[in-house]
Design a protein around this ligand. Structure first.
Ligand SMILES: O=P(O)(O)OC[C@@H](O)[C@@H](O)c1c[nH]c2ccccc12
Length: 266
């Protein structure tokens, strides 16, 4: 079978982690994580927001492997502040460099410019990255079931919990969802984009939302751009959203964010 983009990402991530560990030993990362700003409750903020409107995780995203460069004028702190003024609930910041032109400092810069809880958006394989996320002041990490074993996911989740962070568990099909539901986190992200083919369809959220346990906080991720998209997802039980590209392409990010959230369906 030929390599998917996810296979390629995993391969360079493992190399990157090994080299990071050699440059910056775990003990130093742990020290920095202990001194990080207190955790801001991430899942709780979304639950509160979606009880009266929509929960929005607004993504600071410069580029992607499927779309290339998304935004030229890119300052994480400025963009994060615009998202906050526009009514975003949380931030997501890409820290992966090779595929998304992200960077670790972007996370810290974006979070510091706001009072919003922030997700480290990256491909996590090693507890080292989880502790590193906290050292960058992350409040939540992402675990992608498509590229993790059950054992790895449980180990990374336990590490996040130990450091006080929430976990967004990402799935794209029924099998991944069933595996995700055996973890402790009650926050599930359904990625409308298949990370192996880049095919994106809102039908993925519609299909997987059905029959979810009551206590699950469902986040619909990727490919969302209009108030009608959000209303459609809400009809299927998703009132929290992870949105990057469509907002990043706007000249006025604050106004676009406010407009998107203006008229939530009951
Ligand atoms: O830019 P979009 O289509 O609004 O999507 C945002 C977010 O869902 C997407 O960036 C994403 C979802 N899961 C990921 C995992 C890795 C990298 C990126 C992602």
């Amino acid at each position: 079978m030929t390599d998917t983009i996810l296979d390629r990402i995993k391969a360079y991530k493992l190399t990157e982690i090994a080299s990071d560990k050699a440059t910056m030993p775990l003990s130093l990362i742990e020290e920095a994580a202990k001194n990080a700003d207190p955790v801001r409750p991430f899942a709780e903020a979304l639950r509160r927001a979606q009880s009266t409107g929509y929960g929005l995780i607004a993504e600071v995203k410069k580029a992607s492997p499927s779309k290339g460069l998304i935004r030229i004028d890119f300052d994480p702190a400025t963009l994060a502040a615009a998202y906050e003024r526009g009514g975003a609930t949380c931030l997501s910041v890409l820290t992966d460099m090779p595929s998304f032109k992200g960077a670790k400092p972007y996370l810290t810069q974006a979070r510091k410019a706001t009072r919003l809880p922030a997700l480290r958006k990256d491909f996590m394989y090693d507890p080292y990255q989880v502790i590193e996320a906290r050292s960058l002041h992350a409040d939540c990490i992402l675990l992608i079931m498509a590229t993790l074993s059950d054992e790895q996911a449980a180990e990374l989740e336990a590490c996040a919990t130990e450091w006080g962070m929430d976990v967004l568990v990402e799935v794209h099909d029924r099998e991944e969802l069933d595996r995700a539901l055996t973890l402790k986190s009650r926050m599930i992200g359904v990625n409308n984009r298949n990370l192996k083919t880049f095919e994106t369809s809102l039908d993925v959220t519609k299909e997987l939302a059905e029959g979810l346990p009551e206590d699950i906080l469902l986040v619909s991720e990727s490919g969302l751009s209009t108030p009608a998209d959000l209303a459609e997802m809400a009809r299927f039980g998703a009132r929290s959203f992870l949105i990057g590209e469509s907002l990043m392409r706007q000249d006025n990010v604050e106004a676009a964010t406010a407009q998107l959230l203006a008229d939530p369906v009951a």
